[in-house]
Design a protein around this ligand. Structure first.
Ligand code: AHR
Length: 874
């Protein structure tokens, strides 16, 4: 071979090697085509399914160390979610199928499937006969049929399925037959004996799993990036410089509704929070389902001698309000007291509406002294009379506070001897938000209004689909007279009076110019439910879904119907709102497991709603994470069913937002839209707020597909939180917005309906052995971002700039030469150290020219609003 030919051959070989290495087919060519795969669950049933591989059945390597490839999603956290003895089979197309046991005395088993052993379908849980239990399964695939052998409390059984979904009634098999198919083996993995099954798989399958594990680890590490490492990260850098070239002629339409809020009754957000009622357990309906130690008397105390306080249920004021108090007085002087939610706050000179239901039990008329007392001082007092009739009467009066106090109690003192019934004792400030009756706490409602949210999603979250079927949120039980509403336990461990019901939610939306986005259960409760069966499996039977679907249709009619022709709309009008509420969206489901039970019910509801109300946008659900089986299968369902919008949720660390800035860039622009219904970055520090601001700049760029978003959770009462962090903390007297709140507020107040493309470049200058070197710096690039939107109504152009670096960074903003900028722009900015929980706020003006330099403070978020009327592009 001549030298030149040799050189050509070598070059070709090198290219092939390089190409092969890039394409990822690395070592398998030297290895056998297939390996043994040991599939097992450990002794800890919460630990899920594991895989280990071996070339020789002697030396086993656990894939991903202790990595669990999927876990049981059956039933309540902690108590259930168990996986016992999984068994696997592969069909002719290479798809994997798995079954596993859920635990003793559960007449169900779990099924799931996967193309690649990595992404597993949301599990289904077929039923066995009542009283029949399932263990030690053996799954066999044979010519299009799945055979499942298992042991039950009534002996060995076999069932078959053609679709891995519908299983025939199991039949008994002999122990010998069961023994002949049994294939468990015990293998020592990392020194621990594990019981499982050995399968033969293509070597590439294991390689791909290894690659996925390493990618997942890498992603995990990048999520954990934080500003604490900035000294190292930016070592040697003297300064950063940014240039932003704005191209006003390169635009796209985006959703004007990007920033909204998600109100859930979590952390005492409703009763004791936004809902302005001052009496706790006003209807004597607290009970142990709300919280183990509570009962109908909770938060009421009888003080003084000579009286007794009992709870009765005969002839209540309404069947939905079955309990009431009976006060029997032998010597006057005692009083029944309620300290509200951590004390009642009163403001000197303010008026409070007091109402209560009362009836006489002894045929005599009675008088009650009703007072508000703090530290033994009377702050307000009046007397109400009960007539001699044995019928419930609603008594109403107004109390005026003589002093400002924050720990008052309401005291009800009979002024004579006898026996009376009391129920629904309510005390409301007259000064509610917009002075509405049965209204909202003014300061809290105002801080929400200040966000200028374009929509409100309510009533939850987990509260919406509820803890078990009986706890699903049924909107019809939340309207009408307060004492006829159906109170219910809150899945977060307290009580929902439903005083803040759908009428009040819709009214609040209207009061602050936000679109209502009610979310109703998809006919299934939370998959993690602890009551009424095993989670989502306790979904409404399909035979009841017609009536349930009607409930959803009724909501649309109640909200939008003509009160002159529709009974439901008349209810809305009678409650005080004759005009339609103009509902445009309805959410169906929340973070549900996208198994068969959910899928069947969701499709049913979506079709019925779209058939009757094609213009109403249905918002589906795709699970609690930005990836994984509910996300993938939820999206698949959405695509197949052409769902209008899906609700994505993710709570992740700041690093995720920095490293996933193109998350939505590749989403299909012509299909289902996204509502990012719950998101946050696990913290209330500047670093978190800035990561969230960074994400919003990326959401704005993608707001042609991400049409709405809402931070979660929204409100949290101090000392009553079930979830941290939250956007706004409060107690009875103060409202404490977090730094994250100010990011949402700056964005809510500066939204646009047009995205303006721009070009942002970042350069870092470092001293390199005495010379100054300026170059692209990836870390800086990931931490500085901009987004430019235009509000076509005002013509204003709004520039958002995020700087999550320790450098005050000048950004040179360039508009096209033809732009006329004659008025100064307004600038709002928050900045602070990454660990600060308070931000420095500043507002200023900036003289704008076609080229303007603005200095982004270190660790800051700035919004520059350029006035529309002075901006002319010829
Ligand atoms: O926002 C708190 C909870 O997080 C919501 O109720 C639920 O949807 C999610 O898991």
């Amino acid at each position: 071979m001549s030298n030149s030919l040799l050189r050509i051959v070598c070059a070709v070989l090198l290219c092939v090697t390089m190409f092969t290495a890039k394409a990822g087919t690395t070592y398998s060519e030297n290895h056998t085509d297939s390996v043994y795969l040991f599939c097992y669950a450990t002794n800890n049933p919460k630990d899920g399914a594991h895989f280990a591989y071996s070339y020789d059945k002697h030396r086993w390597t656990a894939l991903g160390g202790n990595h669990s490839f999927f876990k049981s999603d059956f039933g309540t956290w902690g108590v259930l979610k168990n996986m016992f003895t999984p068994s696997f089979a592969q069909d002719d197309n290479g798809e994997w199928y798995a079954v596993f046991g859920l635990g003793e005395s559960i007449n169900q088993f779990a099924t799931t499937l996967s193309k690649d052993l990595w992404l597993w379908k949301p599990q289904d849980y077929p039923y066995l006969e009542k009283g029949e239990y399932f263990s030690n399964p053996v799954l066999i695939y044979n010519k299009g049929v799945f055979e499942l052998y298992f042991q039950s409390n009534t002996g060995a059984k076999r069932t078959v399925s053609k679709d891995f979904r519908n299983w025939e009634k199991p039949v008994a098999v002999t122990d010998a037959a069961f023994e002949s198919v049994k294939r468990y083996v015990t293998i020592s993995i990392n020194g621990v004996e594990q019981r499982g099954e050995i399968h033969r798989v293509a070597t590439q399958t294991v390689e791909r799993l290894t690659e996925k594990l390493s990618l997942a680890n890498q992603r995990g590490r990048s999520q954990n990036e934080n500003c604490g490492d900035d000294a190292n990260r930016f070592r040697g850098i003297k300064c950063l410089n940014a240039r932003l070239q704005i191209n006003l002629n390169d635009t796209k339409a985006i959703s004007p509704d990007l920033i909204g809020i998600f109100f859930e009754d979590i952390n005492y957000s409703a009763d004791g929070g936004l809902y302005a009622e001052l009496i706790q357990n006003r209807d004597f309906e607290y009970n142990s389902l709300d919280r183990g130690e509570w009962n109908a008397k909770s938060f009421w105390e009888l003080k003084g001698e000579g009286s007794s306080f009992e709870i009765a249920e005969v002839n209540p004021i309404h069947e939905n309000n079955p309990h009431y108090a009976v006060l029997t007085t032998t010597t006057k002087g005692a009083s029944l007291q309620n300290g509200g939610f951590d004390g009642i706050v009163l403001k000197a000179g303010d008026k409070y509406d007091l109402s209560l239901f009362a009836k006489s039990f002894d045929g005599k008329a009675h008088k009650l002294q009703v007072s508000l007392i703090a530290a033994d001082k009377v702050v307000a007092c009046t007397v109400v009379s009960i007539n001699a009739k044995a019928a419930w009467t609603r008594l109403q009066t107004v109390l005026k506070a003589a002093a400002s106090v924050d720990n008052a109690s309401l005291c009800i003192s009979p002024l004579d001897e006898g026996k009376i019934g009391l129920d629904f004792v309510s005390l409301f400030p007259q000064k509610t938000f917009k002075n509405r009756k049965n209204g909202l706490r003014a300061d809290l409602a105002q801080v929400l209004a200040d966000l200028k949210p374009r929509f409100i999603r309510f009533p939850g979250g987990c509260v919406s689909h509820g803890n078990g079927i009986e706890n699903m949120y049924r909107w019809r039980t939340t309207i009408g007279p307060l004492w006829e509403r159906k109170h219910q336990s809150n899945t977060w461990g307290y009580h929902q009076s439903k005083g803040l019901g759908f009428y009040e939610y819709f009214q609040f939306c209207e009061d602050i110019g936000a679109e209502p986005l009610p979310v109703l259960p998809a006919g299934v409760p939370c998959q993690n439910s602890s009551r009424g069966g095993h989670g989502q499996q306790g979904g409404l039977p399909m035979t009841e879904m017609k009536d349930y679907a009607q409930e959803l249709l009724d909501l649309i009619e109640w909200a939008n119907g003509d009160a002159r022709t529709s009974k439901l709309a008349k209810m809305r009008a009678d409650a005080g709102h004759p005009a339609p509420f103009n509902l445009k969206y309805i959410g169906v489901g929340n973070e549900d497991l996208i198994g068969d039970v959910f899928t069947e019910r969701f499709i049913y509801l979506n079709n019925i709603i779209k058939e009757k109300y094609p213009d109403i946008k249905v918002v589906g659900t795709v699970g609690p994470f930005f990836e994984g089986s509910d996300y993938e299968y939820g999206w698949q369902l959405a695509r197949e069913q052409h769902v209008d919008i899906v609700d994505e949720h993710y709570y992740v660390n700041p690093g995720w937002y920095m490293n996933n800035q193109d998350f939505y860039d590749g989403y299909d622009r012509n299909g289902t839209k996204v509502y990012l219904g719950e998101w946050a970055s696990w913290g209330s520090r500047m670093e978190n707020a800035l990561a969230e601001a960074l994400h919003i700049t990326n959401l704005e760029r993608n707001a042609d597909v991400v049409v709405m978003s809402s931070y979660a959770p929204l409100l949290a009462k101090k000392n009553h939180t079930q979830w941290n962090p939250d956007l706004i903390y409060f107690d009875n007297t103060s409202v404490l917005p977090t730094v994250n709140y100010y990011v949402q507020k700056m964005c809510g107040n500066n939204s646009g309906d047009q995205y303006v493309y721009g070009d942002l470049t970042i350069e870092a200058t470092r001293d390199d052995n005495g010379r100054e070197v300026t170059a692209y710096n990836e870390d800086a690039d990931r931490r500085i971002n901009s987004s430019v939107v235009r509000d076509t109504k005002t013509g204003d152009v709004i520039i958002k700039l995020v700087n999550i670096t320790p450098f005050d960074t000048p950004v040179t903003i360039t508009f096209p030469e033809t732009a006329k900028l004659t008025k100064p722009a307004s600038v709002t900015c928050i900045s602070g150290n990454p660990s600060d929980k308070e931000a420095k706020h500043s507002s200023s003006s900036l003289t704008m020219g076609t080229t303007t330099t603005y200095i982004m403070p270190a660790y800051s978020f700035s919004v520059i609003r350029v006035k529309g009327e002075v901006l002319v592009v010829k």
